[in-house]
Every structure is written in C-alpha cells, then in structure tokens.
Design a protein around this ligand. Structure first.
Ligand code: ZN
Length: 179
C-alpha cells in the first residue's frame, strides 16, 4: 500500500493543465508506481475516481472504479478498476442533466452540476493501447468530473447555482430529494 495525501482545493496543482503522459513511459516502473499509488489512495478514500493531480502529480492519468452500483442515481453499471491516460472528451449529445457531485479534493461538500449526458472518450489504457468508449448518464458525469482534474478544473467552477453548494450534512438534510 502506498496511500498518498490527497491535495485539497486551494493547492495550485489542482489548477494546472496537467502534462500529457509520455506513452513510451507506460509500463515503466514509474508508471506502475503512479497507478498503484492512485489505486491505493482511491481505495483508502472510498471514492470512485481519482486523478494524478489530486496526489500532486501533474500528469494526465486518472483512475476510476465503481464497485457498488450507485443506487442513489438509479441503475448505474459498475466499472472495474480502469486507468485512463491522456483522455479526450467529445460531446455526442449536448443535452444536459444534473447530479449532485462531491470531490475528494473538496471534502465535506456537495454541489449540483449539469453536464452533457452522452459523450465519447478517447484515451490510452495502462497497456498502452488506444481505446474509445461511449458513456451516458451518471457515468458520463463521473468521467467529465475526473478528467476535468487533468485540465485544471473543479466541479465548483460549474455549479448550476451557488445556492446549490453545501456541506454534506445540509445536503442530506435539505437537498437529497432534489436528485
Ligand atoms: Zn474530484
């Protein structure tokens, strides 16, 4: 285990455009260690996604793992632990829908954000292979949230309304019905 410290909003690394990861270095010990650190830190946090800048490594690598169906959001498929290098998002259908989002770098807070709900992602996987997949609904939101970290953006930049930004406890008390 190599659980790393997750940096929080205010740390400048979260606002930098992360460097594209050199694909020739995929499968090197350096890359394997980075992925293991992301995996261990994500598992320790209980989150569903983590981007390298969140552990203060400014490269375009993110991991996502959805083990438990996110029943709060209806039927959402699970996703085995996956690594995304240099991902690019293309919006297929600009129609938006909103979800309450949280972020390991903004602990204790929730915010309501609307995003396109049908996207395609193009990326390199941890075997160095070019991959592409389409995502809809909550999964599309999860991927946009994670990949935004690689572009120096946070969900708080995209709040639908500042009034829909609150502490976890107040979210559960006053806003949970708005999902
Ligand atoms: Zn986040």
């Amino acid at each position: 285990m190599s659980v790393q410290e997750i940096v929080r909003m205010g740390h400048p690394v979260l606002r930098q455009l992360a460097a594209p990861y050199p694909t020739a270095r995929i499968k090197t010990p350096e890359f394997t260690q980075l992925v293991q650190d992301l995996r261990d830190t994500l598992a320790d946090s209980g989150g569903i996604g983590l981007a390298a800048p969140q552990i203060n490594v400014s490269v375009q690598v993110a991991v996502i793992e959805i083990t438990n169906p996110q029943t709060r959001y209806g039927e959402v498929e699970t996703l085995p632990f996956s690594v995304f290098v240099n991902p690019v998002i293309t919006v297929i259908d600009p129609e938006i829908a909103g979800y309450w989002e949280g972020c390991l770098s903004v602990p204790g807070m929730m915010g309501f954000v609307e995003r396109p709900q049908h996207i395609r992602i193009d990326y390199i996987d941890d075997a160095g292979l070019k991959k592409s997949r389409e995502l809809r609904g909550f999964l599309a939101t999860v991927f946009q949230h994670e990949f935004d970290h690689l572009y120096g953006q946070l969900y708080v930049d995209k709040l639908k309304d500042p009034a829909l930004f609150c502490f976890d406890e107040e979210y559960r008390k006053f806003h949970v019905e708005e999902d």
